[in-house]
Design a protein around this ligand. Sequence first.
Ligand code: ZN
Length: 610
Amino acid sequence: MRKRFLTLVLALALCLGLGAPMAAHAATGGKLIALTFDDGPGPHTERLLDGLRARGVRATFFMVGQQVSRYSEVVSRVYREGHQVANHSYSHANLVNLSPGEVQNQILSTSRLLDQACGAGTRYLVRAPYGSTNDQVRAAVGAPLVYWAVDPQDWKYRNAATVRDRVVQGAADGAIILLHDSHPTSVDGALQAIDILQRQGYEFVTVGELFRRRGVPMENGVSYVRCRPTGTDSGAVAAPVLSSRLADGRLEVTIRAQPGAGIWYTVDGSDITQTSTAYRGPFLVSPPCTVRAVAAYDLNGDRSATVTQPYTLRVTQAPLVTLADGTLTLQGKTAGAGIFYTLDGSWPSEASTPYTGPVPVSPGTVVSACEGGTGYYTSPVSRAWLTGSGNVFSDVFPSSWYAGAVDQAVSAGLMNGTGDTCFSPEEMTGRAQFVTALYRASGAQVTQPERDACPFSDLEQGAYYTDAVCWASALSLVEGDDTGCFRPDDPITRQDMATILARYLASCSRALPQDGSPSFRDSASIAPWALSPVKEVTACGLMQGDEEGNFLPMDRASRAQTAAVMVRLESVLAQLEDAPGEGTDSPDSPEGESVPPGSSPEQGQPRTLS
Ligand code: ZN
């Protein structure tokens, strides 16, 4: 329960952005202002876009449908460069003179044209031509309507200096300013005004970004002319961060963005639009390719800079390591790549020894190898340890606390690997696995009567553990659950393990002192029937608690822990004196059967305890 609670707290922390990969933003920001350009796109729009890009400024473009079909490439550029594309009707009609159906047609036909640049599903703010509107128009457009707080009358003055001065004079925090990119004088005046206002500390934003950052939702059919400071500024969108790693001959790409922002991407180098792939989690690519990604609250005008990441190197796979008869053989899996290795446990790179043919190695050697070379990613590293006793492990290495125990347990035949060179030390020990290891350590042989008396109904016919479980049952080391099942594949808990070990030691006529057992901080969570066995097996040193003095009775025992216990068992048996006749087994102590399957606590981090 405690771990579930921690998980919940962590999830909440992530929701609040506390564990976010990128910092969120200041609670209050500087002065924000939104320039809007009407009646384009046209012959002067690209010059305006150049000027805005040079100043790092984003604006909103209310476009006329007739112009959109003539300058479709310019619409794409407006959108791609992070400005907001918006709808200014198809033919610049005065909408109050039209029927609701005609108003909708003016808006929808323009939206369809804009969709060709922005992608279907994009939402467009609307500005009615001449600012002319009424309830019928507001109801028919089906979008937020945007007007202006400042009208410098650039269409009338046609003089850059006048436009500049009137924009600067009218500027205010949160204002929406009306301009027209159809006039070259407006383009020049606007760029000059930007230079002055930037020095005054203004940040230029799109209309959508202005309202989003100040936490003001924009509603369909409502008219907006400004967004005054609200004490909140959730900030501009930071560019997403891409990372990659090799995965089975391909490249797995992960993209992160700030909390609340969506991520869109393409893998063919194409521009990102509303119809690009929405990021849901890491994805695989095959180089050479180019990934583009954008973080956005709205791809139309409230987006980050586009990140373009080419992946040109060829993907490598880790080489195959074979250690047999004192000889190392390495086999490459990537055509054209070289193989490099070390024999001293150090991490290999393309500066390590190049592999040219079989290499003699002595016991105790750790081999580490990778593939790579010019034009290739360096592959994941393959490692293998040739132990002093001749075992080969690819997932156990001398630096781990359990290395010696695993090597001994495998050499003595008490435990087997989980694959050719795998031991899977962190995997949980199954109940049947544990009893089998104990059976092998005991050196006992099962007789036919023992087999016949085995009471469990869930043992697989001819399974590797059958004799071991029958032996353990005959010695009363294990009991079934209420339904007569042994549950061979369930993970064994540490208190179950302690109980079986204590009974086994008693069956070997060993006196089990309880004195000298450490008092565990979590002794209250040990089942009553396991208290005495836990004391016995810890007093003789067969099992131990963790560094903080806990026994962790409900933790599952890893295969590494089981190996350590099995190796210790022999010396413990030798040390303990023969018992004076009676065993210490108490008949009314069920061996863990009070634990329903699946109720074990969350699997913990690997621990150096056993
Ligand atoms: Zn207009």
